[in-house]
Design a binder for this molecule. Structure first.
Ligand code: 8OZ
Length: 366
């Protein structure tokens, strides 16, 4: 039997990947509480998963203001860069490739997580009506304040600096988190963006912030090392858009001008159903992008092999299966059974449910 294309190499922009199985970005809330830096458990966790064609790290805040949950890592301080450097060295030593997902949560935050207990920032002063984790439990997201027009260059500079930091930390590239109801998605979708300046109103204006973030990041690093994740039809964090096909057609047309490493779409509801409302189409959006396409959301072995074999996707990102199967690529290749992840240990804690999932060979030896 010939090897399915899913297990064959691919060049994504400047990234040379050994196979097309990607570890999706997964928030695990295990950063060092005192400085939001990754530490030794992160080194083990990511190194264990180095056989992925590409690892995308958990979302990592570009600035203290960009933080929305307790114990998520950052990429804005020296300690964080030093912690991530150990992670990238360990992944590279095992022949893996790793990009960092750079993240600003916008309004999906709580005053207790913000510098000086300030209100979180957003395109408009509209609460997310979502929840976040403050270190003790789940709390309603706080009412944000609208970013002033003259503050936007400072936020763009935070993205630029986070990208420089990612280079210094030895990453192969960055993924811009523009999905799931966080800051960039808040600018894109008209349920969250009520601005009346150049960043709100028309589709063209709502796409402007995403476009400027991509331009800023591409100044700090070659665009062939930059990926972008969008979730056009997802209502994650209670976000809505009145016409996602129009919004995301325009967004993807802009993204297609940069020569990016890849476009990554969450197909359907984040971590939920893949069904789309009448008139919405992932295929139609994907067709607007001429570069590498990474598909995500609820893929199993058969769906992934099929999607790559027939060109519906170039790369497939797996989330939860990578939590409980560090050797996911080997298991998929062998059509071996997959271990089920324990939801109780998804967020927070230490090595339990993090670095203690055995490989198939280890579990058979035990
Ligand atoms: C789960 C829990 C907290 C954050 C996302 C970064 O949805 C997240 C996230 C997921 O993109």
């Amino acid at each position: 039997m010939t090897l399915p294309k899913l297990f064959t190499p691919l060049k994504a922009g400047s990234l040379e990947l050994s196979n097309r199985v990607v570890m999706a970005p997964l928030t695990r809330n295990r950063a060092r509480p005192e400085d939001d830096a990754p530490y030794d458990i992160h080194v083990d966790y990511y190194a264990q998963r180095a056989s992925a064609g590409l690892i995308i790290t958990e979302g990592s805040q570009i600035s203290p203001e960009g933080k929305g949950y307790a114990w998520t890592p950052g990429i804005h301080s020296e300690a964080q860069v030093a912690g991530w450097k150990k992670v990238t060295d360990a992944v590279h030593a095992k022949g893996g490739r790793i990009v960092i997902q750079i993240w600003h949560v916008g309004r999906v935050s709580h005053v207790s997580l913000q510098p000086g207990g300030q209100a979180p920032v957003a395109p408009s002063a509209l609460a997310a009506e979502s929840r976040t984790f403050d270190g003790n439990g789940f709390v309603p997201t706080s009412e944000p304040r609208a970013l002033a027009l003259d503050e936007i260059p400072r936020v763009l500079e935070d993205y630029r600096q986070a990208t420089r930091n990612a280079r210094a930390a030895g990453f192969d590239g960055v993924e811009i988190h523009a999905a799931n109801g966080y800051l960039i998605d808040q600018f894109l979708k008209d349920g969250a963006n009520k601005r009346t300046d150049a960043y709100g109103g028309s589709v063209e204006n709502r796409v402007r912030f995403l476009d400027e973030v991509v331009a800023a990041v591409s100044e700090a690093w070659e665009p062939g090392r930059v990926g972008v994740r969008l979730s056009p039809f997802s209502n994650a964090n209670a976000i809505t858009d009145s016409d996602p096909m129009a919004t995301f057609s325009a967004a993807i047309d802009r993204l297609d001008t940069y020569g990016l490493a890849y476009l990554h779409l969450v197909e359907g509801q984040t971590g939920g159903p893949r069904d789309l409302a009448e008139g919405n189409s992932i295929e139609a959006l994907r067709a607007r992008f001429s570069g590498v396409y990474m598909a995500n959301n609820g893929y199993d072995r058969e769906m992934a092999i099929e999607a790559v074999e027939h060109g519906a996707a170039d790369l497939v990102a797996f989330g939860k299966p990578f939590i409980s199967n560090p050797d996911l690529v080997e298991r998929l290749k062998a059509d071996a059974p997959l271990a089920t992840p324990d939801q109780e240990t998804f967020y927070g804690g230490g090595t339990k449910g993090y670095t203690d999932y055995p490989t198939l060979a280890e579990s058979q030896a035990a």
